[in-house]
Design a protein around this ligand. Sequence first.
Ligand SMILES: [Fe+2]
Length: 287
Amino acid sequence: MVKTTRLPASFGVQIEMDSGGALDTLRASELRDLVNIHGLLVFRGGHLTADRQRHLTSCFGRIALGADKKPKELYVSNRRRSDAPDGELIFHYDYAYDRNPTEIISMYGYEVDDGATPTLFASSNRVLDTIPTELRNRLDGLEALHACFLDRTAPAEERSVMEVDAIPRGAAGWDAQDWKTTHPLVWKNKHGVPTLFACVQHTVKVLGLPIAESDALLHTLFGHLYDPLNVYAHHWRLDDLVIWNNRTVQHCRPKPNDVVRTLRRFEVLDEDINDLYLAIGRANNFL
Ligand SMILES: [Fe+2]
């Protein structure tokens, strides 16, 4: 039985570890259950090699591969070449705009000094229990459009005419501007956990509504999603490991400071889209 303690938030738990490195003894099914129930797991205090992090992450499913067909090891860093954009990042799910967003993200505090920029998390699952019933009932049957390169701050006339029928990723003629998709506004992750799938960075509009009405609805939903009561701030320490479900928990990076912060990342997904993202990011100068 894994011992857990609640985080100071409405979701997420910290996993108690023995000093001997109890990670290897944890049962994969227990960990999967815990992340489905709580959305986010924090392991604190044990040094992890890349192999151990990969091994633990593989409890949650298939680790996405790079072009070299090896598990894709990524770094988010202010000290070395980073595989994520610099600066502030508003709340998002990674690859929200893909038909198949990342399922699980695993981030490890590889190089971290005291006071490093935190990561903030918001639960898209718990919020469904707290929004008013009348609002919750409005959401059934609605779908939202998510895009990589156009967000809600784009002019209303651009967003209102934006087509849904992008060329699917992988099909002939696809380019980065086509990286958009729709998902039900109340969606489920692969284990059936419901999620209010909307984020301030990538969700362009709710389909079937005039753009002003869509904006008003999203504004209301974001007010609930990003209410401090629905947010957990993780203040990184060296050797912290945080694992979360990227379809039921979203994340952001507040305005960063310059304290050393390098996080090592693996992700669980049954497709390999990281190299495509990295190539687009480097070609468009946001990486
Ligand atoms: Fe992200």
